[in-house]
Design a protein around this ligand. Structure first.
Ligand SMILES: [Fe+2]
Length: 542
């Protein structure tokens, strides 16, 4: 058969389907890939000017007795709703751009995201009757087309008729015969039934895409369907999400704060990053956001304060007694003071005079926080002059593994710089992490009242022969009520061998170097590669 309006690639698909009614999704996918379809073949059905009320463009390219060949057009930001495919028994989708694709499990009254990934141009996936999925264009500026074939063994006027759209805002399944769009007008919806209950990431992402679509639509288009922007936005960031999120984290982690479901963990982080991205856009549109200020608060709540409570306080006590430090007589320089929490502790609990303690940091945001507690300079510790503040210091302190954040080739230089600041007989005290710190590192950190939650995904990476622990961080705060999500990016820490760190200190401090486990405070022998807590302190006398 020759179909004059079809390019040869689509003709070969149609011909094959006219002769074979019984296919599997796998066979259909192979057929698509084998047809060597090019994007230009689909241009006659491109619809990039589709109305904003439509979530994407859709055109029928060919209708067989028992199959449909359709072309969808995806502008940047276009996403389908979550849906299935009506009467379809076998089908396949080929994308001609960087599409995002997600699949869902619907089971026992619940719906959860099984997978979400980026497809490569020309990649294809099979479609079976039970498939519930979502696809979209996550790019900023690259529209693309996709080719869809849906079929079943018997003749059918509408193969994809009676498709189910999962509306997780209204909590209803909508039966539709047309596009599987967000915020469908009542006229496009047949009968409805209760939707399965979504898990946290599925619910969050659904509402994010609904919200994004509604912001493109004319209010009159979504209002008559019963949606308001405020309600949908509130569903994403509501204070009530805290209990939901905490339950989801508890169900997918152990008592050490380690995630126990890697698939769920990846999806949760992915959707929270989308929530952070949307929130940033919304904040930029309204007031100037103060994200750095917020980061400093998160830092104290989930890292600074717990670290002080869990081990810094103890090692400061240990150092005081073991080395007979009379703090009120000491001048103290803190390198990389961050928010100044530990330094303030030295003033309040160890009675270092306020005027005798100075912090330094390179981050203006951290310094803004620190200056509420201590005196602090903005200073790159690698660029320190021979003496900071015009006189040698009695004690140089560096808390929370600051040295590991420096360029790895500068680690030794930092040790040398620290030594240069001390008077002879003065002490350096600092804490460090072992190369196997990832062994301890939890995926979830909570502030003491669980109002602030930090999700971290660490991995070991090699770069130019050096080892690093790279942690991707998403922070969630309910401290002000609504859920505030920020993506803190990937933080990289250099992991030098313990013995090399010991050697550097021995090289620049003449008066002896001692290493202790930062938690057990047991001495660390020369031969050790690690220690029980994965954190250690170095006490070096000049
Ligand atoms: Fe679909």
């Amino acid at each position: 058969m020759v179909f004059h309006n079809l390019p040869p690639s689509l003709q070969s698909i149609a011909n094959h389907l006219h002769q074979n009614r019984h296919l599997t999704p796998g066979q259909m996918r192979k057929l698509l890939l084998g047809a060597n379809v090019q994007p230009i073949d689909l241009l006659p059905w491109a619809d990039f000017d589709h109305p904003d009320a439509d979530s994407y463009g859709r055109k029928m390219a060919y209708k067989g007795p028992n199959f449909e060949i359709m072309v969808m057009s995806w502008k940047p930001g276009d996403f389908s709703s979550i849906h299935d495919h009506g009467h379809t028994q076998w089908g396949a989708v080929q994308v001609f751009g960087h599409a995002e694709h997600a699949t869902f499990r619907v089971d026992s009254g619940r719906i959860s995201t099984l997978a979400r990934w980026q497809m490569e141009p020309f990649e294809a996936v099979g479609v079976h009757h039970d498939l519930v999925h979502q696809m979209g264009n996550p790019t900023k500026d690259q529209p693309f087309l996709s080719l869809h074939v849906y079929g079943e063994p018997k003749d059918d006027a509408s193969i994809t008729g009676d498709a189910r759209v999962f509306d997780l805002f209204k909590q209803q399944i909508q039966h539709v015969d047309g596009g599987v769009f967000f915020a469908l007008p009542p006229a496009a919806v047949g009968f409805t039934e209760p939707a399965p209950i979504p898990d946290f990431p599925t619910k969050t992402r659904f509402h994010i895409e609904l919200f994004r679509r509604m912001r493109k639509m004319a209010p009159s288009d979504y209002q008559r369907s019963g949606y308001t922007l405020e309600e949908v936005q509130s569903a994403i960031y509501a204070p009530q999400n805290r209990d939901f999120l905490l339950r989801c984290l508890e169900a997918n982690s152990n008592s050490d704060g380690r995630q126990t479901n890697s698939v769920y963990w990846r999806i949760l982080n992915h959707e929270l990053k989308e929530a952070a991205k949307l929130l940033r856009e919304l904040q930029e549109e309204t007031t100037q956001s103060d994200r750095f200020h917020r980061y400093a608060e998160f830092y104290d709540a989930v890292i600074g304060q717990p670290s002080l409570d869990q081990f810094m306080r103890q090692y400061l006590e240990f150092f005081t007694h073991q080395y007979r430090i009379s703090w009120p007589d000491q001048s103290v320089l803190s390198l990389g003071c961050g928010t100044g929490l530990a330094e303030r502790h030295l003033i309040d609990q160890f009675h270092v005079p306020y005027a005798q303690l100075w912090g330094t940091d390179i981050s203006p945001a951290m310094l803004a926080e620190a200056r509420k507690r201590i005196q602090a300079w903005e200073l790159d510790l690698l660029a320190m002059e021979e003496n900071t503040g015009g006189h040698p210091w009695d004690i140089v302190y560096s808390g929370l593994n600051v040295f590991h954040y420096l360029p790895h080739t500068a680690f030794e230089q930092a040790v040398k710089a620290a030594a240069s600041q001390l008077r002879p007989g003065g002490y350096f005290l600092g804490d460090f992490i072992t190369p196997d710190h990832i062994r301890w590192y939890p995926n979830i950190l909570y502030s003491h009242n669980k109002q602030v939650i930090s999700l971290r995904t660490p991995q070991l990476v090699e770069d130019q022969g050096a080892m690093f622990q790279e942690s991707e961080i998403v922070n969630i705060s309910f401290a002000d009520g609504p859920m505030e999500v920020t993506y803190a990016g990937k933080h990289k820490r250099f992991l030098p061998p313990m013995n090399r760190v010991r050697r550097y200190f021995e090289r620049y401090f003449g008066g002896g170097v001692d290493l202790y486990d930062a938690v057990t405070l047991a001495p660390i022998p020369e031969v050790a590669d690690s220690c029980p807590s994965t954190r250690y302190i170095v006490i070096a006398k000049k």
